[in-house]
Design a protein. Sequence first.
Length: 112
Amino acid sequence: MSLITTHILDTSLGRPASAVPVTLEQKLNGNWKIVSEGETDNDGRIKNLVSEEVEITPGIYKLVFDTKSYFEKQKVKAFYPSVNIEFEITDSSHYHVPLLLNPFGYSTYRGS
């Protein structure tokens, strides 16, 4: 089973972004299906978006980060209401997808 993890660093503040809702979706027959949902902890992390009941198979997935709710709680106007990161799972290894975030930009990479 694949382990799918993420973390968010708010680069405008230099600290983790906590309480950000995140949805994991899988592309099936051209449509997106919600696989699981979570929320970042106080360290800006979700340690696993995959429960034992969910089977992760090779394919196209995306993480949807609800950045609008995060920035509204901070009383900060932001340009992106959400960040969608698509990625491909090819095997059962660990997939770590970090997000570096600020109100007017973001960056991501495959972590370890």
